[in-house]
Design a protein around this ligand. Structure first.
Ligand SMILES: Nc1ncnc2c1ncn2[C@@H]1O[C@H](COP(=O)(O)OP(=O)(O)O)[C@@H](O)[C@H]1O
Ligand SMILES: [Mg+2]
Length: 510
């Protein structure tokens, strides 16, 4: 692609956007050339979504100008943006489940755009658009029957059907497996070859480098720079993004122990007419071992963790923790023999948002002798302990007495991980331990997980971040439709291999 002298599709100048107490964007400058794929990268909370929502007319900037195809615009709502050919696919899809793909695409399209188009005409036009962009999806399927990748295609078709020539995609690959990512990028290439302009947000640097014509880095609400992929690599781009060196999950030199600390045999959740969410799952985790579990969300990982913890009823199988058969033990009993849990949803299950940090770090550990003073809680010790976690996990907070909701997501997660590791557990069930946290917090959490593992901790690691799984695990299991369908050595596994098994591919048995 020749970036010199090409026309400019979008120009943002001096954009500022404030929310109460937050400056989400300030002094943002962005130039997106027509017919290119332009990536926006930045850490969580950098202001990427806010900027794109502003371009899409979802909110009005407090300062700055938006120019589209040479004309300055003052969008009052997304329909103004759609009218000049801008379309957006959001991070969370907005489809109606009980309607067909065709109905969803037509649903809510501006009548002015549609004119008097009949359903038959609409079907014909959508089929043409789909063919031209290489976006294959059954127009008569119910949306509720579609997987995530297909839903995303429907969202894209919906936007194209509304006449978008400038497409904004907010973290489109976050929910996809590698194969689906490849298909998406093929579609995006088709679209730019056809003259469309793509702006896509991501924080996965490898894919950004592979697919973009230009990359704009946003940090702390403002643009740092715009670069060409050939002028940067993963490390330098990461440094621009965080303003520091990028951590990597590599560097495994574990010494997996011989003692089995967690043994799961024939574990099954759901029976009879019910769908089995966990189906005859067996595996063992040794001392000083991280067993990673890969899987597309909803393939039984959540239920498996709950079954191990005694939070859900099982229909068959057994769970042993060290010497203890805990199959019929309560969650409290399991925790007391040394199981810790970093839950899937830290807000619902892990933290009390309106309570101070020190009460949160005490949660679940009130019974430890050092926190007990007669009939009371030894609050001085609880405060001291909380400060120790704050120091060790580098939690950014003014003090241990502020409520948890005052912290950023990454700092909340560091506090939670800190608490769970402070129990001196034998076994840790860690669900998405770094989901939604910034790169600095991710590095801190990786380091602590690795350190605890090296000291003997047995870890079950659930993660959607395949690089994290490969980088931290000693063994990787793939879970598909409730079963363990593959066992892989992280030394040789690639994200692509994992993706194949995660979508139902079978492992060759040697
Ligand atoms: N509607 C909103 N109200 C208040 N604060 C918001 C809103 N949307 C975003 N923010 C804040 O603006 C900042 C940037 O957020 P966002 O644009 O979502 O970042 P990114 O997409 O890069 O992760 C964050 O501090 C976020 O909490
Ligand atoms: Mg965002």
């Amino acid at each position: 692609m020749n970036t010199e002298g090409s026309t400019i599709a979008v120009e943002l100048n001096g954009i500022e956007k404030r929310f109460p107490g937050v400056i989400a964007n300030h002094d943002v400058t962005l130039i997106v050339r027509s017919g290119t794929i332009h990536a926006i990268v930045g850490e969580n909370g950098a202001g990427k979504s806010t900027l794109m929502n502003t371009l899409y007319g979802m909110h009005q900037p407090d300062a700055g100008t938006i120019t589209v195809n040479g004309v300055e615009q003052h969008f009052k709502s997304p329909s103004d943006a759609i009218a000049v050919g801008i379309g957006m696919v959001h991070q969370h899809f907005m489809l109606a489940d009980n309607f067909t793909v065709l109905e969803n695409i037509i649903l809510g399209a501006e009548p002015t755009h549609l004119g008097v188009l009949s359903i038959g005409d609409a079907r014909k036009r959508i089929t043409e658009i789909a063919a031209a962009s290489g976006t294959h999806v059954d127009l008569d399927a119910l949306v509720s029957d579609l997987g995530v990748g297909q839903r995303q295609r429907v969202e894209i078709l919906k936007v194209l059907f509304r006449g978008a020539r400038i497409l904004i995609l907010d973290e489109p690959t976050a929910v996809l497996v590698p194969q689906e990512v490849d298909e998406l990028f093929t579609t995006l290439r088709h679209l730019v070859d056809d003259g469309a302009t793509i702006i896509f947000i991501s924080h996965k640097l490898d894919e950004v480098l592979a697919v973009s014509d230009e990359i704009t880095v946003i940090r702390d609400g403002t643009t740092v720079t715009t670069v060409l992929p050939r002028d940067v690599n993963r490390a330098t781009l990461g440094e621009l993004m965080v303003g520091a060196e990028l951590p990597s999950p590599e560097g495994r030199e574990s010494q997996v122990g011989t003692t089995v600390l967690l043994k799961v045999q024939g574990l099954t959740v759901g029976s009879g007419g019910q769908r089995k969410t966990v189906d005859d799952v067996s595996f063992a985790v040794h001392q000083a071992e991280i067993v990673g579990i890969a899987g597309v969300e909803g393939n039984g990982q959540f239920e498996l963790c709950e079954a191990i913890l005694g939070l859900t009823a099982i229909s068959a199988g057994s769970v042993e923790i060290g010497e203890h058969d805990v199959t019929s033990s309560s969650t409290r009993e399991r925790k007391s023999v040394g199981v810790s849990y970093i839950p899937f949803d830290r807000h619902r299950e892990g933290l009390m948002l309106t309570s101070p940090l020190w009460e949160n770090t005490l949660l679940g550990r009130e019974g430890e002798p050092r926190f007990v003073r007669g009939p009371l809680v030894n609050t001085a010790e609880a405060h001291r302990d909380c400060n120790e976690i704050i120091d060790r996990f580098d939690v950014m907070t003014p003090s241990e007495i502020v409520p948890v909701f005052a912290l950023s997501g990454g700092n909340q997660q560091k506090l939670l991980v800190g608490r769970e590791l402070s129990n001196n557990p034998k076994i840790l069930i860690a669900a998405h331990p770094t989901r939604g946290v910034d790169i600095g917090a991710q590095a801190a959490i990786w380091a602590e997980l690795r350190r605890a593992r090296d000291e003997g901790l047995a870890v079950v690691l659930i993660s959607a971040d395949l690089d994290e799984l490969i980088g931290l695990s000693d063994t990787i299991l793939v879970m598909y439709d409730g079963r363990i369908t593959a066992t892989l050595d992280p030394a040789t596994a690639t994200p692509k291999m994992l993706g194949t098994f995660m979508t139902g591919g079978k492992q060759e048995v040697a």
